[in-house]
Structures are given as structure tokens and as C-alpha cells.
Design a protein around this ligand. Sequence first.
Ligand code: TRP
Length: 329
Amino acid sequence: MATRVFSGMRPSGRLHLGNYLGALQNWVELQKTNECIYAVADIHALTTLQGAETQEIKNNTEEMVLDWLAAGIDPEKSITFVQSHVPEVLTLHTLLSMSTPLGWLLRVPTFKDRVRQMGESEENVSYGLVGYPVLQTADVILYKADAVPVGADQVPHIELAREIVRRFNRLYGDTFPEPQPKLTESPTIIGLDGVNKMSKSLDNHIELAATEEETAKRVMSAVTDTQRARRTDPGRPLVCNVYALHKVFNPEWLEECYERCTAATIGCVDDKKILAEGINRYLAPMRERRREFEGRPGYVREVLAHGAEQARKIATKTIEEVYQRMGLS
Ligand code: TRP
């Protein structure tokens, strides 16, 4: 039997190279040999957005899904939908919450990090934030998925999902498979600041949908070897993020780059021009596809409506089964 894969992303708007290389590329690959279900986790987004901010969710969903489709997510192969369009997940979340010890949730590292970041005491954070991994568990098991491709930061959530499933199965009989985290092995992509992971909030990123000019402009601002003050100083490629990015976008240039940088026969400006060209070449087919989809009004909405319909068929069956097991019907 083919593996059923589930994964989700919160609607963050346009995606960047780090999102593509760290997750999306893998999602596209997985479609070839598995039954995949991909969700826009808009209810999860409500753990960080409030009031007027929630009005951004719709547009951010549309922009993100355009990137998914441009990257090669094929809605004919993979169920592609928005979490809130299949409200059965909320039912399952509530039911699972009845058998999930609060202590498990308070111990989750991402929860503790968030509380610290917000500078709040645990008393003041929302009930929904504490339950974030329960909702994530509901996402995965509503579709009885076996495998969940995620980054390392999400592994504790999937481990927790496994515990929730084990407990449910013990209490109510074998119902759900224990989902396995499927680590995406790809090197962390460092952003243009040369030190931090590429991220939108740090503004050190390159959007997949950026124009060629924007891409070039951003690449030209990238930090290289900070000790290379003059064009005539030899550079140190091994501490230079531009060199690291050449590995992905210009593998054929790598060797020459190393030699010429260390011999100071090429400067960072010229080397960055080569990187910008490499990135633009790499992204050209995706950008072309995106323009195609953008030119079809209502297309994304149709894809998501169809996806929700498919997802809902599976979801209603699972809820029926859970109701029976839990003595509700
Ligand atoms: N919490 C995940 C993240 O922030 C997104 C997500 C929501 C998810 N539901 C999921 C990931 C289900 C995997 C499976 O990245």
C-alpha cells in the first residue's frame, strides 16, 4: 500500500528559497510515489494573528498556494486544501484534547519558546496556543496519514502526535496509525545577512516569485567574508554564504569560484552577479508557471475547493468512526 503523507504550512504569503529547499521541494518529490495531502494551516495561524491581522490570511493563502503550484504541487495528484475548509479537524481536536494531559503540552519546546518570545507568563497565553500540537495531531490523523515530512523543529510535535495516538488507540481500540516524522534532509539555507537561517521576518530572504531585478538587487546586498575588506584581499569561501549558495545554484562554478576568490582574482561584486544569474536561472521555470496560474482568475480558489471536497470525504468517515468508538453515536 502506498504511504499516505500529510503536511501543512501556515499561510505566510509568498515563499522564499529557504522554504523551497527546506520543505516544498521535498513535498513535490513525495507526490511521485505517495498519496499526499497538503494543507494550508490557517487555524494554526490564529495562534499568532489577532483582530485585523486575521484579514491577511486569505491573501497570504492565495500567494502561498500559487507558490506551491508553481513549484510543482499537482492538485490532480495531491489533495491540496485549506485546513479551515474541512471543519471536522476542529471536532477531532476537541475530542483528542479530552485525553491529552496538559503536562505533555506544557513541555513542548516550541510552546516554551513562544511563551518566552512573547514575554508572557504561561497564565496569559491563549488556550489555543497550548493546544497547537493537538490541532496538528488532528490534522495528520484525521486523514490517517503514516508519514509527515517536517523540519527538525517540528519533530517534537509529531512525537507528541504519536503519544496521543497510542493513548487513543489504547482507550478506544486501534483506530489511527502512528505517524512517522519524515525529516527533510537538506542543508539549512542561510539568508543574505550571512548568519541567520533564511527567513521572511529577518528580511534576509529571496522570494521565489521575486523579479529578476529584485533578486539581483538583494543578492548584491549579501554579506560575504567580512574579513575581506579590499578587492585585492584573498577571500575565505568556506566562511562565505555566497559561496555556500553557489553549491545549490551554480555547482559548475564552485571550483573556479574557490580558486579565484582565494587568489583574489575575482571580487565579491562580480561573484554575486554570478550568483544572481544562477538563482534567476534556477527559478525561471517556477516563475513562468506562477505567471500562468496568476493569469487564470479563480484558479487557486477552484483548486482549493476541489481539495477540500476530497479531504472532507476522508474526514467525515474518520469522525464517524471516532464518534462510534467514543460512545457518541
Ligand atoms: N506546525 C507546522 C509548522 O509550523 C505546520 C503544520 C500544521 C503541520 N499542521 C501540520 C505540519 C500537520 C505537519 C503536519 O511548520
